[in-house]
Structure formats: C-alpha cells, structure tokens
Design a protein around this ligand. Structure first.
Ligand SMILES: Cc1ncc(COP(=O)(O)O)c(C=O)c1O
Length: 483
C-alpha cells in the first residue's frame, strides 16, 4: 500500500480499535489516534501515505466526523501526520525521522558470540562426501573453457526435476544457475527493473532484498503483513492501485515472519499481477523446509499462464550458504536474456561448486529430512526457552522455515540488540526488516543454532531485557528511533 490508503482499507487495518484493552477510558478520538500510531510503529501502515479524507474515514468507521477530525489533529500534534490544505494528510514519524535499513550484514567471525543475526544452518555432514565426489567428476569438464552462463546442464536438469516433482513441469532451459539466491534476485532486477522502477514488497521482509532494491534505486511500496499473514484484499488492492513494475514476495515461510501463503491467495495474486502488468519475483528460499508434516500449497508458478512469475531459490537454507548456489526459474527466452545480462556481471558460476550441488541434490530426500528434524527440535527448544524466560513475548509457531518473529513486551528491539551485543548475543532487531525504522516491537529469532546455544542466548537476552527496565531511563520507554 502506498500513495493513498482508502477509508475502507484503513478501517480494516484499524480492526477493533474502539475495544482495544489498552484503551481504558480514553475518548474515541484518542483511541483512534493511538491505534494509527500503533499501526505506524509496527510497519503495518507505511510512512508517507495519504490518509483518507476525514469524512471518508468517518463513513467507513461509522463514527462522527468530529471524532476523526480530533484524531487527525492529535496525530498532527504528536508528529505522526503532516497536512496541507487542499492536498490531504500524510503519515510520518515524529521529527520526520527515517532510517536507512540497508547496511553491511555479514556473519561474525567472533566464535564466542552467539550469532542470532544470521538465519542459516552449519553445513550438513554429507557436504564433504559430495565435495569429494565432485572432484572425481571434474575431469569431464576440464577439456572445455568452463564458462557456462546458465549453469552446467547436470545441475539445471536436477533443479528442473525438483520443480517438476513439486507439480510445476520445468525444462532445463528454463533454469539458470546463479551464485546464490541473492545473486538471482540481483540479476532479475537488472533485467526486469529500470532504475527508479516501482516494486511492491512485504513488510517486514528480507533486508538484503531491500538492499538489492536500493541498488536499483527502486521506488518501494509495502504490504504490511498482519499477525496471521497476508491480508488478501489489501494485497490485491495495493497491486491494483499502485500497479508496480515488480512485486517481490516470499510465500513459503516468509523471512522473517514464517508465514505460508495459502493456495487461494497465490492464484489471486498471479491473476491480479497479470491484470495490472506486474511481474512477480517469487523467492522460494525456504520451500524445502516445511516442519510438522505441513503440506505445501502448489508453487506460485503453477497459476502462471503468461510468464509473469519468475521464481528464485537456492541451496543456502536446506544445505549450506557457503556453497553459493542458487537459481532462477523463468521462461526459456527470459533465461537467455538473463544470461546475456550475467555475462556483464560475473560470466558464470564455478563448475566445481555446481558439481557439489549436483551430488547434494541426488541425496536430497535424506539430507532435507534430517534438516527438518533438526530444525523442529531447535525451534521447540527456542519456543520453550522463550515461554520460560520471556513469557510476555508473543510468538506464532512457524510451520516451517528457520525463523520466528517475536512480538516483544515494548518498543525496545534496537535497544535490546545493543544491550545483547554486550553479553555476547548478536540480534537482528525489527527495524532491519522494514523501510522506515518502524517495527521496534518485533525481533526476528532464527532457530538455526544448536538447541543448547539457543537456550543460552534466550537466557542472556532475558537478563538484559530485565536490565533495560531497571535502568528506568526515559529513552527506553519511547519508541527508539535510529537516525
Ligand atoms: C528470503 C531470502 N532470500 C534470499 C536469501 C539469500 O540466499 P543465498 O544465500 O542463496 O544468496 C535469503 C537468506 O537468508 C533469504 O532469507
């Protein structure tokens, strides 16, 4: 949603604003303004959007216009709304702060630090065996120059077969091998998005995708995810209203929230995207990692009749990030165009690494089954430790992927990350997953470390959370804006 939010859309976002527990005996206008501030702080309502005219919102909420007028006045006074006569009112943060969410984000080499900033597993034991087998295969390739811009045929066939097994018939010429999913995204953006083009993303979303979009100077608009995931009417409404050139979505165990997009919405999103001329970039990084026997809906590409869907994925989450193998699935002509773009970037991916990937994929069933068991155990250890040490935090149990998105007991995410670093825990605070410095009440917690490390990390986090309150300084009570 961006540009403008309509009365019915805002009414839907506001939900039960008049009956919220925090309301106590405050007047209607104050409750309304408070709920709008909450939506802004959580990133559900983006900054810089035009709110509906007072009369339109009053009609949508079935309340008096004076109540809306008073609420808007209070939002102006607290610095959450800017108005200009005749032009309307826009959302903002006090002091007009905006936070750059990009920045270098790499795993630490500090072995003492419990790193919860990176959501990725250590390599599986089968990796060494696959690497040894790959060196045996290498002589077959040594007679050629070794440049394969779309990837070696064996790997493209293995990836195509995996799509077919998920119900999406795919030929090897629809696959391009890349150096990781991030590289796949960057190449797709180079091909499909002119500098300054418009892109719709989920909020919260994967920070390095935002970094790639910033690299194209994309004009980003957001769809704020609710506690239970995508809001179909709002998402489709945003597509129709803003008609972005691209939409970047993570339908399987979304990073960071862990949500799984239902089949019905997948179908509707593809239809809406086609109707408005939007290309969909579907990031399937976590598709191999359903937990608890969760059944996956069909891949988004199944609903695509017009080459609107470009899927990207890779081996980092189920196998190992250090392998740097990812891919794009698109139409064969699109793959050829991507290869032409790629020649101007890095020519091709390393042959030896691709051979390692071929061996790992040949053993996919066994490796991935072990990963799922490992992740379910670690997730449950994390949930158990949170329930015990931080019982006021609210978490939805993710049915797959590698992260959970915790709602904290206050807007302290950045402050907590700073304090946790002091006690040897690295955290990725909520604002890293948004555009505006909002989402201070949220924290992403990956369950990719061994269970004992996760329990230890939660113990340390709980201790510093307690200290934040005991210091009692004003700066922890206000939503912390990082400039
Ligand atoms: C949604 C999403 N996309 C892409 C990536 C990057 O993956 P890769 O290591 O394959 O480049 C990640 C890694 O965390 C991710 O979570």
């Amino acid at each position: 949603m961006t540009g403008q939010v309509r009365g019915v859309q805002l009414a839907r976002l506001l939900g039960q604003w008049h009956a919220l527990p925090s309301r106590r005996r405050s007047p209607d206008y104050a409750a309304l303004a408070g709920t709008v501030r909450g939506l802004l702080a959580d990133g559900r309502l983006p900054l810089g959007v035009r709110l509906p005219a007072e009369r339109e919102l009053a009609e949508a909420l079935r309340i008096s216009r004076t109540t809306v007028t008073a609420a808007y006045r209070q939002l102006r006074e607290t610095g959450h709304l800017a108005s200009r006569r005749g032009a309307g009112s826009w959302t903002m943060l006090p002091g007009n702060h905006r936070v750059a969410s990009t920045g270098l984000w790499t795993p630490l080499d500090d072995r003492e630090m419990l790193d919860l900033g990176v959501a990725a597993l250590a390599a599986p034991p089968q990796l060494l065996t696959a690497a040894r087998a790959a060196t045996e295969d290498l002589p077959r390739y040594l007679g050629g120059a070794g440049y394969h811009p779309t990837g070696i045929i064996e790997l493209r066939e293995a990836v195509a077969d995996a799509y077919a097994a998920r119900g999406l018939p795919t030929s090897a010429d629809q696959i391009m091998v890349t150096s990781g999913t991030q590289h796949a995204l960057d190449l797709v953006l180079r091909l499909a998005l002119a500098p300054g083009g418009s892109v719709l993303v989920e909020s919260p979303t994967y920070p390095n995708a935002l970094a790639a979009l910033a690299g194209r100077r994309a004009r980003i608009t957001t769809h704020g995810l609710a506690a239970d995931g995508w809001e179909p009417d709002l998402l489709l409404g945003s597509l129709r209203q803003t008609r972005p050139k691209l939409a970047y979505l993570i339908p399987e165990f979304q990073n960071p929230t862990g949500h799984l997009m239902p089949a019905s919405l997948r179908e509707r999103v593809v239809a809406a995207a086609h109707a408005v001329g939007t290309d969909l970039v579907i990031d399937e990084s976590f598709v191999d990692l359903p937990l608890d026997g969760t059944q996956l809906p069909p891949p988004v590409g199944v609903y695509d009749r017009h080459s609107r869907v470009i899927s990207i994925g890779g081996m980092s989450k189920p196998y190992w990030g250090g392998l740097r193998i990812g891919w794009v699935r698109a139409s064969a002509p699109q793959v050829q165009r991507l290869a032409a773009v790629r020649v101007g970037v890095d020519m091709a991916s390393p042959v030896l690494d691709q051979l390692v990937a071929v061996h790992l994929l040949a053993d996919a069933d066994a490796i991935v089954a072990e990963r799922r068991v490992q992740l379910a155990v670690q997730r449950d250890a994390l949930l158990g430790a949170l329930a015990q040490r931080l019982p006021d935090w609210r978490v939805t149990v993710p049915r797959g992927g590698v992260t959970l998105w915790a709602e904290l007991d206050g807007p302290v995410s950045s402050a907590l990350a700073r304090a946790a670093e002091e006690v040897g825990v690295r955290l990725a605070p909520g604002p890293r997953f948004g555009l505006d410095g909002t989402m201070e009440r949220f924290l992403r917690l990956p369950f990719t470390l061994p269970a004992a490390d996760l329990v230890e990390a939660v113990g340390r986090i709980a201790a510093v959370r307690y200290d934040l309150d005991r210091t009692g300084r004003q700066r922890w009570r206000e939503p912390a804006v990082i400039a």
